[in-house]
Write a protein that binds this ligand. Structure first.
Ligand SMILES: [Zn+2]
Ligand SMILES: [Zn+2]
Ligand SMILES: [Zn+2]
Length: 282
C-alpha cells in the first residue's frame, strides 16, 4: 500500500491563518516542508481520507484525480476534516461529465446527520446527483473499494463519536489515528489481533503538554511502546506523526521545533515526521 499525506496541519494550517507567533513566522521564512495545509491523505491514489478545505490545492499540488475517486473516509466532522461547502461543487454546472457512480462518504453518525441536514437545506437534487454517504459503526469491519475498513473510537471531540481507522488489504494494515488523544482503555483490545505495517498518530501538541483531545510527542511514544508490547506492531512497523499545530512547536525554553528539528529528534524515538506530499510505501 502507499499512503500519501496531502495535508499535515491542524485546523488553522501552519503557518496559521492570521497568526504572528514565532513558529508561524519561522515556518513561513523557511518554507518547504514547513508549509502545512489542513489534514488529508490518500491511500493507493484511490481511497481518500477526509475531505478538508484544502482539497482543491491538493488536486493541484499532488495530482489527486478527484473526478475518478469514489470513496472517502471521514474521521469526524471538524471542518478541517469535513468541509461540506466544497461537496456542492460536484453538482451540474460546477462539474461536467461527472461519473454516474457517486462520490461516497463513509463516517460516523454526526457525518450522516450533517449530510441529511444538507440534503434538506439545499435543493435535494444537488446531493442525490453526485454524493452518497454511509454511516459506519465502530468496530464493524466493512468492505470499501477493495479495502477492509474498521472504525475504532478516537478520543477527540466529546460532542461526537470520532473515528480512527484500521484499513487492511492483501495482508497489509494501516492504522490511521487522526484526530485522537491517548485511546481509552476500552479501545485497546480492538487492536489485538492486528499487525500494523504503518501507524499514523496525531501529534498536534508536539513539545507542549498533553491534551485531552490530541497527543504530544510523549503520548505518541507511549502508544508506540504499547503497540509493540502487545504485538500489533513489530520492528518492521513504520510509525509516523502527523496533524501538527504551531501551538505545540515552541517548547518550555522557547525553542521553535520545525520539520528540520523534529526529524532527527523523532527518528531517535522510532518515528517518521509527515510533511505535505510525503508518500510512505509499506
Ligand atoms: Zn483536525
Ligand atoms: Zn502561529
Ligand atoms: Zn478534530
Amino acid at each position: 500500500m502507499k499512503l500519501q499525506y496531502l495535508g499535515t496541519a491542524a485546523a488553522e494550517g501552519w503557518p496559521g491563518l492570521f497568526c504572528r507567533c514565532p513558529a508561524c513566522r519561522e515556518a513561513a521564512r523557511r518554507g518547504g516542508k514547513n508549509l502545512r495545509t489542513r489534514s488529508q491523505a490518500i491511500l493507493d491514489d484511490t481511497l481518500l481520507l477526509d475531505f478538508c478545505p484544502d482539497t482543491l490545492m491538493h488536486m493541484y499540488l499532488y495530482g489527486v484525480d478527484l473526478p475518478e475517486i469514489k470513496h472517502c473516509l471521514i474521521t469526524h466532522t471538524h471542518e478541517d476534516h469535513f468541509y461540506t461547502d466544497d461537496l456542492k461543487m460536484r453538482c451540474p454546472w460546477f462539474a461536467n461529465d461527472v461519473d454516474e457512480v457517486p462520490f461516497t462518504l463513509y463516517g460516523n453518525d454526526a457525518m450522516a446527520a450533517r449530510m441529511e441536514q444538507l440534503r434538506q437545506a439545499e435543493r435535494g437534487e444537488v446531493f442525490t446527483l453526485g454524493i452518497a454517504w454511509r454511516e459506519l459503526k465502530e468496530y464493524e469491519a466493512v468492505e470499501i473499494g477493495g479495502y477492509r475498513v474498521t472504525p475504532t473510537i478516537a478520543k477527540h471531540n466529546p460532542q461526537e463519536k470520532c473515528f480512527n481507522y484500521i484499513i487492511e488489504k492483501d495482508g497489509k494494515a494501516l492504522f490511521y489515528g487522526h484526530d485522537s488523544s491517548l485511546f481509552e482503555e476500552s479501545v485497546w483490545p480492538h487492536f489485538a489481533g492486528h499487525r500494523f505495517d504503518l501507524v499514523s498518530l496525531d501529534c498536534t501538541m508536539l513539545q507542549r503538554g498533553p491534551a485531552a483531545t490530541h497527543m504530544n510527542i510523549g503520548q505518541c511514544v507511549q502508544v508506540r511502546q504499547r503497540m509493540l508490547e502487545m504485538g500489533c506492531a513489530n520492528e518492521h512497523t513504520l510509525f509516523c506523526i502527523n496533524h501538527f499545530s504551531h501551538n505545540g512547536a515552541i517548547d518550555a525554553q522557547g525553542k521553535v521545533w520545525l520539520h528540520e528539528e523534529l526529524v532527527p529528534f523523532m527518528a531517535d524515538r522510532g518515528f517518521m515526521v509527515s510533511y505535505d506530499g510525503m508518500a510512505v510505501e509499506f
